[in-house]
Each structure stands twice: as structure tokens, then as C-alpha cells.
Design a binder for this molecule. Structure first.
Ligand code: G3H
Length: 252
């Protein structure tokens, strides 16, 4: 059985008080409602340690939004896997399309980040997904396959048991345009086929593949009902308590 997961990527939103307020309310909701899905929050890095202490890890896991490709040294602003591990953090989003676009992250850099995560037993949420022009040119399967293989072939096979994948079509992120459940299912099944062909049936069957891109309280049910969609990576709607708990509850 694959893990069902709903992760909230807060991106660069919420001040300190808002972050504590949302995290503690979510923690209480999860404790009361015991959802099937593992709930993860990915706050800005400045709040990671505080939120690790503010929530109960049996209810909510805390994730970094990024990880350095380097072990240590003169990399101003970076946070290393070892540092994240040293505060007890178990998850990191890697290769989000906003970092690919605004920070120039390539598949080669992303492969290095994954190696660092695995070295320190951090579970990476690897983001892949095509841009609008790539979808319109019907290149989305090729783009996603290349992103997956470039990131994963360099990893040790035994580390792949920690892997979580998030398929996020760039044209659906923050735009209000969601992939239809059928479009999302089609590419999630394709991702599983690539995993099967390259890394074997166990990795294909056991890796949770999340959908991200304008998931909200209204569309979550239908998206999460697809057989190859194991949950969601949620941006905007994860900042609103009422919406996010409905999305968590929709992941059955
Ligand atoms: O990491 C989350 C995604 O970028 C989705 O963001 P969104 O739900 O605001 O479209």
C-alpha cells in the first residue's frame, strides 16, 4: 500500500504568528479527525525549527521547501541536508518548478540535491512537470520522463524507497487552471510506467505520486479518486485552514 499524502507548500507566505496559528490549528484538526493521509507542511525555512516543536510529529510532518546541492561550505543562503537532519527534519521538496525557473535549478543540480537528501535520510518530494508550451506541443510525456530519469538514475537503488514524486504541470500552478482528473491520471500512470521500466515494479508500486496545481476544496475529491494519484502538493489552498482540512479529508 502506498502512503496517501497531502502536503501544503506555503512558499514565501505567512508571518511568524500566522505560521504558528495555522500549524497548531492543523495539528489539532489532525489529532481530532485522524485522516488517512499523512499531512505535511512546508513552511519558509525560518520557521522550520519552531514548527517542528509546535506540532506533534505523529500528526504532522514538517518539510523544507528546498535543500542545498552541497554538503557544506561557502554557499551563502543555502541550507544543507545535514543541517536539516540535525533539527530532526525528515522531508524536503526538491526541484519545484519555481526554483527551476527563478533559481536556475537544472536536472543535474536537482540530482545532487536528491543525493544530499538521501545521504541524511530525508524523504525528498521530487517535483516534475511540463510548461504550457510543452503541453501544447504534446511534449509533456518526454519532458516529465527526462526530468525523472535525470534526477533518479544517479541515485542508489536502495534510496528510492524514500522517494515521493509530485507531478505539477507548471501551467496549473497558482493559475486556477487544474489539469482534469483524466489528464492528471494519464501522466501519473505514465510516471509509474517510467518507474517500473527503469527501477522495477517495487519502486513503481510503492512510490507515492502526488498531484499539484490549483488543488482546492472543490476539486480535490475527484483528483484524489484517480487510481495513480496518491494525494496532493497544495500551494495557495494550503494557506487557508478551512480549505486545507477539506482537501486533507478528501484524500481517502
Ligand atoms: O507546490 C505547490 C504547487 O506549486 C501548487 O500551487 P497551487 O496549489 O497554488 O497551484
Amino acid at each position: 500500500m502506498r502512503d496517501r499524502i497531502v502536503a501544503g507548500n506555503w512558499k514565501m507566505n505567512l508571518n511568524y504568528e500566522e505560521a504558528i496559528h495555522l500549524a497548531t490549528n492543523l495539528n489539532a484538526w489532525v489529532a481530532d479527525n485522524q485522516p488517512i493521509a499523512q499531512v505535511i507542511i512546508a513552511p519558509p525555512s525560518i520557521y522550520l525549527q519552531t514548527l517542528l516543536e509546535a506540532v506533534d510529529e505523529q500528526y504532522i510532518k514538517v518539510s523544507s521547501q528546498d535543500i542545498s546541492a552541497h554538503e557544506k561550505g561557502a554557499y551563502t543562503g543555502d541550507i544543507s541536508a545535514e543541517q536539516l537532519d540535525s533539527i530532526g527534519l525528515d522531508f524536503a521538496i526538491i526541484g519545484h518548478s519555481e526554483r527551476r525557473e527563478y533559481q536556475g535549478e537544472t536536472d543535474i543540480i536537482i540530482a545532487e540535491k536528491l543525493k544530499q537528501a538521501f545521504k541524511y535520510q530525508i524523504n525528498p518530494i521530487l517535483c516534475v512537470g511540463e510548461k504550457l508550451e510543452e503541453r501544447e506541443a504534446e511534449k509533456h510525456f518526454d519532458v516529465v520522463k527526462t526530468q525523472l530519469l535525470d534526477a533518479l538514475v544517479a541515485q542508489k537503488p536502495e534510496d528510492l524507497s524514500r522517494l515521493i514524486i509530485a507531478y505539477e504541470p507548471v501551467w496549473a500552478i497558482g493559475t486556477g487552471k487544474t489539469a482534469t482528473p483524466e489528464q492528471a491520471q494519464e501522466i501519473h500512470a505514465f510516471i509509474r510506467k517510467v518507474l517500473n521500466d527503469e527501477f522495477g515494479v517495487e519502486v513503481a508500486n510503492d512510490t507515492s505520486v502526488l498531484y499539484g496545481g490549483s488543488v482546492n476544496a472543490q476539486n480535490a475529491d475527484e483528483i484524489f479518486a484517480q487510481p495513480d494519484i496518491d494525494g496532493g502538493l497544495v500551494g495557495g489552498a494550503s494557506l487557508k485552514y478551512d480549505d486545507f482540512v477539506q482537501i486533507i479529508a478528501a484524500c481517502k
